[in-house]
Ligand binder design. Structure first.
Ligand code: 6PG
Length: 254
């Protein structure tokens, strides 16, 4: 696991954009699963504004690690947010975008989306393998849409499941642990002071993996990178930070 702490949210967006450029250099197709929520917006906006020429956009295929069970034009749609901040500004071709059908019946959509991933992604360990999964983390320690009150979903053998938000009861479609941990690379994108306590708990807590889905992310063959801004990293101990990559831009490990 690599942890990189950058001074600001903008610096995190810049570092992740550079990471993507350094990584997307050789293959004709890359399969990336995105997180939703609000954190990725600044990264999407930065790429749309400054990376039009630097990335092989035609080689990138976009998927989602989770989606709210709402229509794509609903204000809470992760796809809708990504379309507004990244896909539309860059004119990404529709055949590169593989959204979860949030408008569908959740129990129908989970297996349908799993089938899409089985059909489109290369396989490893008899499971679809993403090249890169971007994850966020809630201040309750959830990731994708696996929440602490449904820890058992993390180990579900189905690649996609129907999850439920603990407060709102909103249905979600979410990747599960086996498929997330089958990725070649996983990057946690976590910023803001509200996440600091949970970042410390997940990264340093002795029993975190028992309680928090975010602590269960551990790519089998791949690399894990936590990209944090200083606010989200504020709770980490000096010893832990000394053991990490410190502060500065990040490029993929060789
Ligand atoms: C979602 C996300 C979820 C998100 C975290 C953090 O659908 O909400 O995929 O896992 O990454 O909840 O959300 P924020 O970025 O809004 O803090």
């Amino acid at each position: 696991m690599e942890v990189q702490i950058l001074p600001t949210k903008q610096a995190v967006a810049e570092a992740l954009s550079e990471y993507l450029v350094a990584w997307c250099q050789s293959r004709e197709a890359y399969h990336l699963a995105l997180s939703g929520g609000s954190t990725p917006k600044i990264w999407f906006d930065h790429m749309a504004a400054h990376f039009r020429e630097q990335l092989p956009w035609d080689a990138l295929h976009w998927y989602w690690g989770d989606e709210r069970c709402v229509p794509p034009d609903h204000p809470e749609s992760n796809y809708g947010m990504t379309a507004r901040h990244l896909l539309e500004p860059l004119g990404i071709a529709p055949d590169r975008v593989h959204r979860v059908h949030g408008e569908a019946r959740p129990d129908d959509e989970a297996p349908r989306y799993a089938g899409v991933l089985e059909a489109l992604l290369p396989q490893a360990h008899e499971m679809p393998q993403f090249d890169l999964v971007i994850l966020g983390m809630g201040d309750d320690g959830h990731t994708a849409s696996v929440f602490p009150h449904q820890m058992g979903l993390w180990d579900a053998p189905e690649g996609c499941v129907v999850a439920t938000h603990p407060e709102s009861g909103q249905k979600r479609i979410s990747l599960t642990g086996p498929w997330i941990n089958n990725a070649r690379r996983v990057v946690f994108l976590v910023t803001g002071a509200s996440k600091a306590e949970m970042v410390r708990e997940v990264l340093e807590g002795p029993e975190a993996a028992k309680h928090y889905p975010a602590a269960r992310v551990s790519p089998t063959d791949g690399k894990l990178l936590w990209l944090l801004d200083a606010e989200a990293a504020a709770g980490l101990s000096a010893e832990f930070i000394a053991s990490c990559g410190g502060i500065g831009p990040v490029l993929p490990g060789k």
